[in-house]
Structures are given as C-alpha cells and as structure tokens.
Design a binder for this molecule. Structure first.
Ligand code: GLN
Length: 545
C-alpha cells in the first residue's frame, strides 16, 4: 500500500514549500523508496498554461505535453524523475470532470455537492498516482491554510487520513517564521495561527517545518512544538542555504528521514547520500566565475525563468564554474539603446522563451550584439525565432522581416504560425507541446554536443521558421542542424562562423539535472568560459567529477 505525505503551507506562499516537498522526496528516495509527487493548485484554471509568468512563475512542460506548475520542475531536478500532467491537479480539472459526469447522467437523481462528489474526484486523482507502482506519494497543496480555494482539497486529504489509516498518511506543515532585524527575535505567532487554521478543519500536522532565514533557536522550536501539539523532534527548520540542493541534507541532519520512516512504519533502510553529496559538493568546488546575460521581459521575477536559471547553474558547476546571471530587461534597451553596451561585460548571452510583442526589438538587438561581437549565444524557443528575425534583417537584408506573432501584417513573415495552428482559436493546451523527436544533422555543432542523431526534447510553441525563407536563410550561412523527423520543422539553428551560436525551438532547460546538465546549456557555458580565456575555437566540455 502506498504511503501519502501531504505538505501544506502557512503564513505566506512562495517560501519554498516545493523545495521542502522535493527534499522530503529525496530523503526517502535515498532510502531506496520509489517516490512520486503531486502538486495541487487550487486555482480554477485547468492548467498553468494560460497563467502570466509574472504572478505564477514559469510554466513547466512535461514529456506528455502537460503545462504545469513550476514545482514539478523541482521534483524532476531533485529526484531525477519524469513527471506528467497527472502529477498536477487543479480545481479546474476536478470541476470539469465532475460537471462532465453530471451532464452524462452519472449522478442521476443526486444533488451534486462539494462533499462527497468533488472531494471523491480529488481523492481518485491522488490515488491514481499512488497506485502507479510507487511506495510514497508526496502531495503538495498549493497556497496557504485558510485560502478559500484550498478548502475542498484539505477536506479531501483529511478524509484520506481516515481511509488510508494513520500509519499510511503524514501531514507536514511548512510555515514562515520571520526574524525581526532590530531584536534578532524569531516570531512564531503567525505559524501558530496557521496551525490552528488547519486544526479547525480537522488536520493535525505530524511535522512542522519552520521556514526561516536562519536556523531558529531552541526556545522558538519549543514554542512551535508546544502550540503545535507535537514532540520537539517533529519540528524542523528549513533555513536559507546557498545551494538549494543542500536543503535535503540540512533536513536529514536534523533527523527528518528517521522520523518519517519510523512514523510511517517503513522500516529504516540506511540512507545512501553518496551521489547527492557529490552533486552538492560540485557547488562548493567552483573556482571560477562566468557571467551570463539573460535578456528577457520577466526579469523582475526570476521564477519566470527558473528552469533556465537552474540549467545554467547545473552546466556551470559541472564545469567547475559559478554562473552569475545578469537579468537584462529588453524593454529598457529599447528605451535607452546605449544600455546595449553593458552586454560587453558578459561572457555569454541567452534569450529565453517568450510571448507577445513587448521587449522583442530589444531582444533582437541583444542577439545582434552577440552575433556581431561574437559573444557565445544561446536562444530558446522565442529566442530562436528572434535570432532568425535578426539574421534575416541584418545578414540577408530582409529589412522588415518579423514574426506574425509580433506584427500580423508583416510583408516578410520569416516566423509564422505552424500550419496546423491556423485553425485553432482556443488558447488552453493547444500549442505544439511536450517531448518530440528531433533528427540532428551529422557534422554540426548540435551533433557534437548531443553525440547522437536522434534526441527527444520538450516543446511549447505555436510559431516556427516559415518554409518560404529556408533557402534564403541557409544560403546566407544559417545552418538548420536539427529538424523534425518529417523534415518540415526547424528545431535547431546554428551559425558555424561564430564561436558558439546555437538556438533551439524546444526548451532544453526542462531536462537539465544537477548531475546531468543538458548539452546545449553545457556547451553554451563552456563556450562562455573558453571565449573569455581567449581560446580560438569551441571545444567540447570535459566534466569535473
Ligand atoms: N511565442 C512563441 C511561439 O508560440 C515562442 C513560445 C516560447 O518561447 N515558448 O512559438
């Protein structure tokens, strides 16, 4: 029978509940247990695909084309697993299902209610993952205790405690404990209130994780235990650490692993931390720095590019380098073009994915700067499309080249809607999504990086390089080094005349792991390091072990 661990949050959101959930998973997986995850997002959207990255951060794409919450990215990176759309449950999905059933007549004669119909559907979805051949499912409930939207989910997991039994369920409550700068005091009252909020609906946490800037003191810990009705050994602290992959280690050090396996009667297999510690040590061994400019439009909330950021960090540490990221707002460059010159301070320039017109001319200028000054460049999805526009305008002389996404009436749509998208009006879940095969041309930079002629990478786009311009672009030196198997979609472009100039229609960052950096990112960061050292040409990376 699978065990269920429910992770709730208190006081404020975005304090790293996802990291704690992923860390709990890692703590159990090093004990040989098969762990899976569910992220519950109580919003009414069916998925994260239509959410603004400014309020919710990046949309994480799974192999099966799910557009999901970014926490799934943390689960994948922490456990080196692959999740799918079934691992992200939202109110929208649950209600769509219940309403569809009602229309079909499945509940004929009944009044359809939140309890039991909606809660039953929530439990069914949670158990679907539990019954997929795993030992433990960590279920993270988004938002904070007391949110109106969260109530049916908390009610459902409260019922699961009764149905699955005490030994098979565990509640972990993660809440912020602020520290007052003036007195240095840790304040636990808000945490206490959030525990009360949970108890009001019948959930007594088994473990409390105090999330704080620094390790909380013993008296705060005692207070949390006393008011939370827990032994002190069930109170843990997740304090700020330099490297996020250290969080499982600091929780383990406080005894969390032993506490959980004992409480869930799992037996106590010895943890094998060897590989994970090796990864964390990589972060400490960095003896050089490399500066990367990420030129985008959501730079004020870097969670909007969290997988890009992590992929850069993974590439760096595996080369013994600490990546310093400069977030460049491309709209600012449009307003003050002289700001472009600050790009000379960077060793590499990355233009990430994006949508819509704002900041695009600035992105195109950043790419031009990278190409003309031969600064290593990596373009991702929209970044690749902008690179093609830049090349078409400034190398092929197609002055008004643009994307129909930005300028629907452009005379030269070098980037245009995918043909199969032309009939689609609905926005939710309709892009070209998920893992798809890519054929790589032999003898290209991409081939050297991936060491294969066939790869699978995750996509999320509606636009592509317009077939009518292929010949012109190639004649001027742009190489299409990756294509879809039918030869109709361009997946990777490169400029062999440059030190490192590569862009992908897919999103390589979703597959990057701390112990296994993604080749396009790894090559990019290596190029940035090498170019600064004055190397003549790009050489394939050797990883530090
Ligand atoms: N907006 C572009 C498209 O739909 C790029 C999408 C992206 O960068 N993910 O094709």
């Amino acid at each position: 029978m699978p065990k269920y661990i429910f992770v709730t949050g208190g006081v404020v959101s975005s304090v790293g509940k996802g990291t704690v959930a992923a860390s709990v998973g890692r703590i159990l997986s090093v004990r040989g247990l098969r762990v899976s995850f569910i992220k519950i997002d109580p919003y009414v959207n069916v998925d994260a695909g239509t959410l603004n990255p400014y309020s919710h951060g990046e949309v994480f794409v799974t192999d099966d084309g799910g557009e999901t919450d970014l926490d799934l990215g943390w689960y994948e990176r922490f456990l080196d697993i692959k999740t799918s759309r079934m691992h992200n449950i939202t109110t929208g999905q649950v209600y769509s299902e219940v309403i569809a059933r009602e229309r079909r007549g499945d509940y004929l004669g009944q009044c359809v209610q939140i309890v039991p119909h909606v809660t039953d559907e929530i439990k069914r979805r949670v158990r679907l993952v539990g019954e997929s051949g795993v030992d433990v499912v960590v279920v993270e409930i988004g938002g904070t205790a007391g949110d109106i939207e969260g109530q049916p989910f908390l009610e459902a997991v409260r019922q699961m405690r009764l149905e699955e039994g005490y030994d098979n369920t565990l509640f972990i409550h993660v809440a912020l404990v602020p520290r007052l700068k003036s007195t240095g005091e840790f304040k636990t009252k808000a945490l206490q209130h959030s525990v009360n909020e949970l108890r009001r609906i019948g959930i007594q946490p088994d473990i409390i994780v105090a999330r704080s800037e620094q390790k909380i003191d013993d008296s705060s810990k005692r207070k949390i235990a006393l008011f939370g009705t827990l032994p002190e050994s069930a109170v843990f602290c997740s304090y700020d650490v330099e490297c996020v992959y250290e969080v499982p280690l600091i929780l383990e050090e406080q005894g969390m692993g032993d506490y959980i396996v004992e409480r869930l009667r799992i037996g106590n297999p010895r943890p094998e931390w060897g590989e994970w510690k090796r990864v964390v040590n990589l972060f400490k061994k960095t003896d050089k720095n490399v500066r990367i400019a990420v030129c985008g439009k959501y730079t004020k909330l870097t969670d909007a590019y969290v997988s890009v950021k992590e992929a850069l960090i993974h590439a760096g540490v595996n080369l013994g380098a600490r990546v310093e990221i400069g977030w460049v707002e491309t709209e600012d460059i449009e307003k003050e073009p002289e700001k472009l010159r600050m790009l000379s301070e960077y060793d590499g320039i990355l233009v990430p994915g994006g949508f819509g017109k704002r900041g695009t001319e600035g992105k195109i200028e950043c790419i031009r700067y990278a190409r003309e000054h031969d600064i290593p460049f990596l373009g991702i999805c929209f970044g690749m499309q902008m690179a093609v526009i830049e090349f078409a305008r400034n190398v092929c002389g197609i002055e008004r080249a643009c994307s129909t996404e930005i300028e629907p009436e452009t005379p030269d749509p070098v980037i245009d809607l995918l043909p199969e998208q032309k009939m689609i009006d609905e926005k939710g879940g309709t892009m070209r999504l998920g893992a798809l095969p890519i054929h790589i041309k032999e003898g290209t930079l991409a081939h050297r990086l991936y060491g294969s002629t066939l790869i699978y990478e995750r996509h999320r786009h509606r636009y592509e390089i317009n077939h009518n311009y292929w010949e012109t672009l190639q004649r001027h030196g742009l190489v299409f080094s990756g294509l879809s198997p039918d030869g109709r979609r361009v997946e990777i472009i490169e400029l062999p005349s440059r030190f490192y100039f590569l862009a992908t229609q897919f999103h390589p960052e979703y597959l990057s792991r701390p112990n296994r950096p993604e080749p396009a990112y790894l090559g990019f960061v290596k190029a940035a390091l090498d170019k600064r050292m004055g190397l003549e040409k790009f050489e394939l990376p050797q990883l530090v072990v």
